[in-house]
Design a protein around this ligand. Structure first.
Ligand SMILES: [Zn+2]
Length: 154
């Protein structure tokens, strides 16, 4: 299978990319587990995906499986997973990317209610956002908090 992502230069030079994988192949492996079970303690957590052990219970992968692979704000569609790691990491992880004007853009899990506003690190508080929309949302939230703070002052 040929992906447009192969021709796109990597933004982070420290990230080692091994291969690209189709979304449906990856999501088929993703498992939902109770939050308290870490990758190491849960026998279902680590799965061989195309020859490498991957934690298939990460909240990020669970979010993409539960919430979909499109950005909830701009609608950008996740195109493929990339098997990637930093050289000092023992295991690869899977990053989801969309393409915008031939540029690769990372997809993220976003806290619908930010932690700073009492949101929790739970699957039902996550949504899929591209990193562009995630950053925009984060800066807007910061602005709102600042404004509230200013108003609160006498
Ligand atoms: Zn977006």
């Amino acid at each position: 299978m040929v992906y447009p992502g192969w021709t796109v230069p990597m933004k982070d030079p420290n990230l080692v990319r091994k291969e690209l994988l189709p979304i449906k192949d990856v999501l088929a492996h993703v498992r939902f587990t109770p939050k308290e079970l870490s990758a190491q303690s849960h026998p279902e957590a680590m799965k061989l995906i195309a020859g490498d052990l991957i934690n298939v219970t990460s909240l990020k992968l669970q979010t993409f499986k539960e919430n979909g692979t499109r950005c909830r704000i701009c609608g950008a569609k996740g195109e493929y997973f990339a098997k990637e790691k930093y050289s000092d990491q023992p295991y690869y992880h899977l990053n989801l990317y969309c393409l915008k004007s031939e540029e690769e853009v990372l997809m993220t899990k976003d806290h619908i209610i930010p932690i700073a506003k009492g949101g929790r690190d739970r699957l039902n508080n996550f949504q899929t956002l591209c990193v562009d929309c995630n950053k925009k949302k984060a800066s807007q939230t910061k602005e709102l908090v600042k404004k509230k703070h200013l108003k609160a002052k006498p």
